[in-house]
Design a protein around this ligand. Structure first.
Ligand SMILES: [Ca+2]
Length: 230
């Protein structure tokens, strides 16, 4: 099934206007406008969730020395701090249709800054979707921990999968983030928990919502401050 994701819908954000016209975007995405292949398919089906080795703190903190900020979503557009694009993807025929719409919201992020708002709908049984963010082949061997901040805005608690991919997407490591509610959660995952054969070159960060993992079938989350920590 994983290979068939080449037919998924991808909604790319090209400008800040997208963030300000979410309703139009949603309508366009729901209508299946401009479908394009997902950059890389998610690894399906979801494996057993690994025992949580990650620490989940209560509030965001400043990045330590030597950390690499990947994206803080404080600027308009769909380009991260590494010069990589980001966007949304969703399953489509022959699999059941899902919906995923992402946008940079100028105030939904941590501390009222910009954040990556993700609306997903996997209410059709067997559908799945998420978002992707390119990592520009960074050298993950310099770091020990992957970090992001996340909250749910429309429903909760939400469980979802985060993936790190290397070698052009050939290798996929997964971690399940659980219990995301209305308060910001800082998720820190040791890179070893992704069980990747190598930590370079880092190709992509992906979110995945599927029925095996995500019990809330229609929801909205905001991600902010994606970083690698030494
Ligand atoms: Ca931010």
């Amino acid at each position: 099934m994983a290979i068939t994701v080449m037919s998924t819908i991808e909604t790319r954000r090209r400008g800040y206007r997208w963030a300000l016209s979410g309703a139009l975007l949603l309508a366009a995405a729901c209508g299946g406008a401009a479908p394009a292949p997902s950059p890389t398919p998610p690894a399906m089906p979801a494996p057993e969730a690994a025992p949580a080795p990650g620490a989940e703190a209560a509030a965001p903190g400043a990045l330590p020395e030597g950390a690499l900020l990947v994206a803080d979503f404080n600027a308009a557009g769909n380009m991260n701090a590494l010069g990589g694009e980001f966007g949304a993807w969703a399953s489509a025929k022959p699999d059941p249709d899902a919906k995923s719409v992402d946008a940079v919201d100028p105030t939904a992020g941590a501390g009222g800054t910009g954040g990556w708002k993700i609306d997903y709908d996997i209410s059709k049984d067997g559908s799945y979707c998420g978002t992707w963010l390119r990592l520009k082949d960074l050298d993950g061997t310099k770091y020990k921990t992957f970090r992001l901040s996340v909250k749910a805005t429309a429903s909760g608690p939400v469980d979802f999968i985060v993936e790190l991919k290397t070698n052009g997407g050939q290798n996929v490591g997964r971690y399940v983030v659980r219990g995301v509610g209305a308060d910001w959660k800082v998720v820190e995952v040791p890179l070893t928990a992704f069980n990747l054969p190598s930590l370079k070159p880092m190709y992509e960060f992906t979110t995945v919502f599927d029925k095996q993992t995500t019990s809330v079938k229609t929801g909205s989350i905001v991600i902010d401050d994606i970083a690698f920590l030494p």
